[in-house]
Design a protein around this ligand. Sequence first.
Ligand code: PSU
Ligand code: MN
Length: 304
Amino acid sequence: MPTPAIHVSDEVSSAVREGRPVLALESTIFTHGLPRPRNLDVALEAEAGLREQGVVPATIGVYQGVPTVGLSTEQITDLAGTDGIAKVSLRDLPVASALGLHGGTTVAATAFLAHRAGVRVFSTGGLGGVHRGAAESFDESADLTVLARTPILVISAGVKSILDVAATLERFETLNIPVLGYRTTAYPGFYVSDSGFEVNFAVDSPEQTADVISARDELGLEQAILLANPVAADKQLPPEELDAILQRAWTEADAQGVHGNAITPFLLDFIQRDTGGRSLDVNVEVYRGNVALGGQVAAALVAR
Ligand code: PSU
Ligand code: MN
């Protein structure tokens, strides 16, 4: 059960209590991942689409220091429109809380808060993972270690292609985090439907995904399950184009000495500008698909 330090909206808490479908959504995607004004449209459209599906959206973030599960439309609007907001991973939660900050929560912090509120399914765009050059920089997202001890299902389109995908998949294995492909064993590459890497298992329906969640819980395992949902091939960025863009993005990040948690927003922004906004369309498309599938899994899970 959540502590009083976490605010859970009435809509979300009653849905959880009554066994109605709820889907968690993160806020870093609209505070740091997407540019204005599109960020707000995407966040509100995700919520509206879920409500049409009969699923309660639980958008999660930190509002004036209060970690909140089920931000209101007004709160989402504020967070999406405020400059200099904190990017809040799990380690930042007590700080943001004590200092009364606004914060966009990453996958790590969102998964933690969702789980504390009893929300079992969570959709995002791309997960954090092992950064390229991590052997020297040690830059590995805290998403990994938090997912290793948070029993939730996370739907993404893979890890962002700016990362070292092979190393990230190895870390998932070490951390005992299962990775399922949705109707494919080709692991998606966020902007592209196939990263070139394979996963061991595919599931073919929301119901089968819910079976895996139930089996994990019956076994008493505590790690997240990852469901990888590729963007449709006709909506992806041309794969040959992506390689060249990534080279330029990394070179520029190195040249400007960008590091730490600023790297992900920097690279995403670079790619958006470099593609004249086309990567943004793909990013939004990816997110839409993950939210829709998340709603279906949340519904299948409560139907049993
Ligand atoms: N994927 C996106 N946009 C984002 C992120 C992922 O397309 O903004 C965010 C997620 O919130 C993820 C975070 O948890 O980036 C990882 O950041 P870091 O590598 O600093 O842990
Ligand atoms: Mn990092």
